[in-house]
Ligand binder design. Structure first.
Ligand code: ADP
Ligand code: MG
Length: 375
């Protein structure tokens, strides 16, 4: 089922009505979510992710705009008539019911022509339980389950009616790191098996990048970029998006374009086509550095961290906004030249890989479309 958001906007009245400080939680959100895809809705806390999800579910009424499921306008439909499955961070299971009863619950409330026989209900409950691999735990109560198991029950309960759209609001946030990894892979598997259009909310960029067909990056109620994870990573539209994606984060420097050269501090690091004589921000992804004896870009070496497959060179530069400059050097780029060759008098020298370098306008922080090349 495709989901279309048309100019979707939610403005909350301020807590203090007299002062009239309104909160624009979601502003003019337009997006056609393709059928059968998993969409990661991503952004820092308070950017409007949950509000967007609640608008789609019908728990919150929009101030403006429309929502379509397929060709049907569902804007005025109550949540229970939208055919959605919801999963929240805190599982929200019924504590006095067993796993089986928790999953069964949504089916028992079906009325009229949708009403199911007991056998049909049992079959559907078992199917949903098998899907999330908790069919061995059916008679337990939530308090007898681990966090990961509880969240599986919550997912099974959301899936048992085979929703048209599955909405997940930070479903992994209460799980420990290992379980988070495992459960996110499970969610991806379930989504691919069932092909249910799924919207997955998270503030964790890695989580969103790893399982989504497309990501939506939001800030302060406004959508900044929508695209496939790799596309957005490789081609961020502005400084915010560039900084929000990637670990370690992108390194941001003050830079200047003079003639056809890009300077960071005194070093001419790359040549630039299409803009000249401009103050810019320069973003360099950690994997955009190559150790090189005669490299154009020098930083003060702090230390080298060995991470198994790669090494991380930690350095400092006075034009860098990050506390340290973090570069990840892969084995390929390391084998022909050891770190020692690229260091002299405490300065480590790099050349920069052009497509890992982005330029941003200092005022608008928008990406500058310019061709960047090696010197
Ligand atoms: P996120 O899920 O991305 O952390 P939310 O969608 O929960 O963000 O909130 C977006 C903004 O709307 C925040 O500034 C939040 O304080 C505000 N907000 C959310 N719900 C309400 C509400 N019921 N009343 C007033 N303001 C709200
Ligand atoms: Mg939220």
């Amino acid at each position: 089922m495709k989901v279309v958001l048309e100019n979707l906007t939610k403005i909350f009245p301020g807590r203090d009505r007299k002062k009239g400080e309104k909160v624009v939680a979601v502003s003019h959100f337009n997006f056609e979510i393709p059928d059968g895809k998993l969409i990661g809705l991503l952004g820092p806390s308070g950017c409007g992710k949950s509000t967007t999800l609640n608008l789609i579910s019908g728990l919150v009424k929009p101030t403006e705009g429309r929502i379509f499921f397929g060709e049907d306008d569902v804007t005025e439909l109550p949540p229970e008539n939208r055919g959605i499955g919801l999963v929240f961070q805190n599982y929200a299971l019924y504590p006095h019911l067993t796993v089986r009863q928790n999953i069964l619950f949504p089916l028992q409330n079906l009325k009229g022509k949708d009403k199911l026989s007991k056998e049909e209900m049992d079959r559907k409950v078992m199917e949903a339980a098998k899907l999330v691999q908790i069919d061995e735990l059916m008679e337990r109560r939530p308090r007898e389950l681990s966090g990961g198991q509880q969240q599986r029950v919550a997912i099974a309960r959301a899936m048992v009616k085979m929703p048209k759209v599955l909405l997940l609001d930070e479903p992994l946030s209460n799980l420990d790191a290992r379980l988070r990894l495992k459960t996110r892979e499970e969610i991806r598997r379930i989504q691919q098996e069932t092909k249910i259009t799924t919207i997955f909310v998270t503030h964790d960029q890695e989580e969103a990048m790893s399982i989504s067909d497309m990501i939506v990056v939001m800030k302060e109620g406004v959508v900044h970029q929508i695209g496939r994870p790799q596309e957005v990573y490789d081609s961020p539209v502005n400084l915010f998006v560039a900084k929000f994606l990637g670990t370690p984060p992108i390194n941001v420097f003050q830079g200047t374009i003079r003639g056809d050269r890009l300077y960071i501090g005194g070093d001419a690091v790359l040549s630039v086509d299409g803009v000249c004589d401009k103050e810019v921000y320069v973003g360099v992804r950690p994997e955009g550095f190559v150790l090189q004896k005669e490299g154009a870009f020098g930083c003060h070496l702090n230390r080298v961290e060995v991470m198994g497959r790669d090494i991380s060179v930690v350095s400092a530069h006075k034009e860098c906004f990050n506390e340290t400059v973090r570069s990840i050097i892969g084995t390929e780029t390391r084998s022909d030249i050891g770190i020692d060759h690229a260091v002299q008098d405490g300065i480590v020298r790099f050349s920069l890989i052009p497509h890992k370098v982005f330029l941003f306008d200092r005022e608008t922080e928008e990406r500058i479309e310019a061709e960047v090349r090696s010197l």
